[in-house]
Write a protein of this length. Structure first.
Length: 274
């Protein structure tokens, strides 16, 4: 994190943009249980879209549905997401829906379908380690979705998610290949959110085999993680976007992630020194 405040994130974004990368902003926080708090998050993101346009940043915004009241009312959450999606279009940006733990997948996909129908430039994240994801991805393909594929970082039981890294890696590559094949007929906009450089290399080779240019897909990575690799990918012609997190809820958010999945600690340490 460059800091707790949106202004810190905006300042960091200007530096990232100068290196040829795009940006994705996300304010940390989730599981909001008061309607007025969810409305405050919506108002913050409306403000942020205006700042993106004002500063002419190549930036998108990614939100968690539970930040916008999903635990209170799916209808309320949908209304607020529609406001944000409309604002994204107005400011020539993009709205992304993050995917949270498995208990939220069905509702998040229902929200995505509703938002995407009216605002086709909206994207959604999907998690490769969930056993259900191939079916979920197939169900979205008729609507020409924009998908950010991630590995997944929540603690899930074995019946729901792969436990072994090798199984998740295989699932990720298989899903990525399917997304690229769909992209060859303009049926999907594939985004790959991963710091696994070996996997990125394999995906790039697969795209080349399919006759797809590097402008057909994007690679998304986190702020401060493998920054040199991000710059190298840009120099090789890849489209790279850096996700910048900010917000006062950082401690609670990170502690929950690390407590759920201790392997995340090792990943962060390895990434910082790689």
């Amino acid at each position: 994190m460059p800091g707790e405040h949106a202004e810190d994130a905006l300042a960091a974004a200007a530096q990232i943009a100068a290196t040829g990368r795009g940006i994705i902003f996300t304010q940390l926080g989730e599981a909001i249980t008061r309607a007025e708090a969810a409305e405050k998050v919506r108002d913050h993101y409306l403000w942020l879209f205006d700042r993106i346009a004002e500063q002419r940043l190549p930036a998108h915004v990614s939100v968690k549905p539970t930040q916008l009241g999903l635990d209170l009312s799916i209808d309320q959450c949908e209304r607020q997401l529609l406001e944000l999606a409309a604002k994204a279009e107005q400011t020539r940006s993009t709205l992304w829906l993050d995917m949270e733990d498995s208990a939220y997948v069905d509702r998040t996909l229902d929200l995505y379908r509703a938002i995407h129908e009216k605002h086709p430039a909206t994207g959604v994240a999907m998690q490769a380690y969930l056993r259900r994801t191939p079916n979920d991805l197939s169900s979205l393909m008729p609507s020409r979705p924009m998908i950010r594929l991630v590995k997944g970082a929540y603690d899930e039981p074995a019946r729901i998610a792969f436990e072994k890294k090798s199984d998740t890696d295989k699932a990720y590559y298989d899903l990525a290949s399917g997304m690229l094949e769909a992209a060859s007929t303009d049926a999907c906009t594939p985004i790959f959110g991963t710091h696994d450089l070996g996997l990125v290399s394999r995906i790039a080779e697969r795209a080349k085999t399919l006759g797809l240019g590097k402008n057909t897909y994007e690679i998304h990575m986190l702020y401060g993680i493998r920054d040199a690799a991000q710059r190298t990918l840009v120099s090789e012609g890849h489209t790279v976007k850096t996700l910048i997190s900010y917000g006062s809820a950082w401690y609670r958010w990170y502690m929950r992630r690390l407590a759920e999945r201790p392997a995340n600690v090792l990943f962060v340490v390895r990434s910082l020194i790689a």
